[in-house]
Design a protein around this ligand. Structure first.
Ligand code: PEP
Ligand code: MG
Length: 530
């Protein structure tokens, strides 16, 4: 009661009334008497209520349909189970779900999560990105697995190949154990690079930064030698709570990140919800969520969210001065101007309150095709640019990053994506502004080489990829990479481009980074075991 506004509390009265004997339960009871089984009767009634809410004119009430669905699910789980069981997570837990959510990852006790499998989603979904950052092997979009039959079975999750094996034979176990051992060995070998600069053999320097969301990412990043944070996804702490975190709570999260990396820069992105990132307490229901109310569009429509967040960031930066603020989903110059206006306003207010803070650098994400064609106009207004190649790929190719059916069309090596990336780097440098990239392509050793050749000043990636990218960049010259880039820009197929980059990596001695185990071992083993 102390955390919710009166109008939200009033909603719980409505729920309680819906749960009264003569409302929902009464209607379910009547249907059972008509001969339906309890679960089916519940479904019919819940759907009727959901339709009722969805048809309401008021947007807020329309969105309450999500709560009704949740209520229905909770009732259903009681009907199914008789008594509620507390889930006991085994020491090595592989979480298998129809639809994985970021919150589910947090439910498994620390250190016990070793694999993730999801029917829905794809490797570009946010939950997959989080899992990658946590270093947990994950397979998404396995559309035809019998989820209910896997409970309690031994599983091998091969995140490299996107496969799972249930009840594996001893041979298969031994084969995969060998891959795990080799991977550990490889990572240990890379530890020596931690304090060395990320520099090509002809002395071209690139900054390697990390993407973070949780504090565990920070700990891992520091041990991998990151030079700062290129993207702190602030929506992650928002997603693991059941209400908007207060200014003070946000300030504490932000301070942790800023302190861990000071004096190096920490780039905090303002809240990027919508698309596949939902807050249970701020549901957004749309036909096309990725083309809808997402990122800066939400926070400029709700300046109270934006202002509290920026205030918390600025206060958290006192005495450290390593904060940079980044704006997501920019498709119009006016969004940048409006955001800058709000940031300046908060800056002056916070200073007037007596905080000794500096104005942070502000940057925009280039992740919508429109932004690619307005680099100069954007760069004139901000201090830096950062390409979000995950969304830029999805929007340039019109491929939903979350949809397993079109996952094979989602390709960051697509010639159109590469051409756009070249153009962004050129245009930003033409007006003297630094440009980085914080999409998954930066953490792909081949992708990182191409981006370095394009002139990107910084590459921001998940901590686990950082040592591999550093070792590749340190072993080649910029000239060699520029030639590779020139060659692939002449090609017209994303698959051929990928093969060409892979071949170059293999020839340079990095075959082990492309697939696990000894080259060709998997194909060989697959044949042997099938
Ligand atoms: C991107 O779109 O590339 C990006 C870094 O942001 P997110 O994956 O969080 O949308
Ligand atoms: Mg994005």
């Amino acid at each position: 009661a102390s955390q919710l506004r009166p109008e939200e509390q009033a909603l719980f009265d409505v729920y309680l009334r819906m749960l009264g004997d003569d409302a929902m339960p009464g209607e379910v009871g009547n249907r059972i008497k008509e001969g339906f089984w309890a679960q089916g009767a519940l479904k019919q009634v819940v759907q009727q209520y959901v339709r009722h809410f969805e048809m309401m004119d008021d947007h807020y009430l329309q969105e309450r349909a999500v709560d009704i669905r949740d209520l229905g699910r909770r009732l259903l789980s009681h009907l199914q189970e008789g008594e509620q069981k507390d889930t006991v997570y085994p020491e090595n837990t592989v979480l298998v779900s129809e639809e994985l959510t970021p919150a589910m990852l947090g439910e498994v006790p620390k250190g016990q999560l070793v694999g993730l499998v999801s029917v829905k989603g794809s490797s570009n979904s946010h939950v997959a990105i989080l899992a990658r950052a946590m270093g947990v092997p994950t397979v998404m979009g396995l559309v035809d697995i019998p989820v209910n039959q896997l409970d309690g079975k031994d599983l091998i999750v091969d995140g490299f190949e996107g496969q799972i094996f249930a009840s594996p034979s001893t041979d298969l176990r031994n084969f995969y154990q060998e891959i795990c051992d080799e991977e550990d060995e490889l990572i240990k070998g890379l530890e020596a690079l931690r304090d060395l600069p990320c520099e090509t053999t002809d002395n071209h320097r690139v900054s390697l930064l990390v993407n973070t969301g949780l504090m565990t990412d920070v700990v891992r990043s520091l041990s991998h030698g990151a030079e700062g944070i290129g993207l702190y996804r602030t929506e992650v702490p928002f997603m693991i709570k059941d209400r908007f975190p207060s200014e003070q709570e946000q300030r504490e999260y932000y301070r942790e990140q800023l302190e861990a990396f000071a004096p190096n820069p920490v780039t905090m992105r303002t809240l990027d919800i919508g698309g596949d990132k939902a807050l249970t307490y701020f549901p957004i229901q749309e036909e096309n969520p990725f083309l809808g109310w997402r990122g800066i569009r939400v926070t400029l429509d709700h300046p109270e969210i934006f202002l509290v967040q920026v205030r918390a960031m600025l206060k958290a930066s006192e005495g450290l001065n390593n904060l940079q603020i980044m704006l997501p989903m920019i498709s119009n110059i006016s969004e940048v101007e409006e955001s800058l206006h709000l940031i300046y306003r908060v800056y002056h207010e916070v200073r007037e309150e007596g905080y000794n803070i500096h104005m942070p650098k502000v940057g925009v994400m280039v992740e919508i095709p429109a932004a690619v064609y307005q680099i100069r106009e954007l760069a004139d207004r901000v201090d830096f640019l950062s390409v979000g190649s995950n969304d830029l790929t999805q929007y340039l190719l019109a491929v939903d990053r979350n949809n397993p059916r079109v996952a094979q069309l989602y390709h960051s090596y697509h010639p159109a994506v590469l051409q756009a990336l070249v153009r962004v780097a050129q245009d930003a440098h033409a007006v003297g502004k630094p440009v980085g990239i914080c999409g998954e392509l930066a953490g792909d050793p081949g992708g990182a080489l191409l981006l370095m050749a394009m002139g990107y000043d910084s590459l921001s990636m998940n901590a686990a990829s950082l040592p591999k990218v550093k070792s590749v960049i340190r072993s080649v010259s910029r000239e060699w990479s520029a030639q590779l880039l020139e060659d692939v820009l002449l090609l017209d197929s994303p698959h051929v481009i990928k093969s060409c980059v892979d071949l170059a990596l293999r020839n340079a001695g990095f075959g082990r980074y492309l697939r696990p185990g000894k080259t060709g071992a998997i194909a060989h083993a697959e044949r042997a075991l099938s």
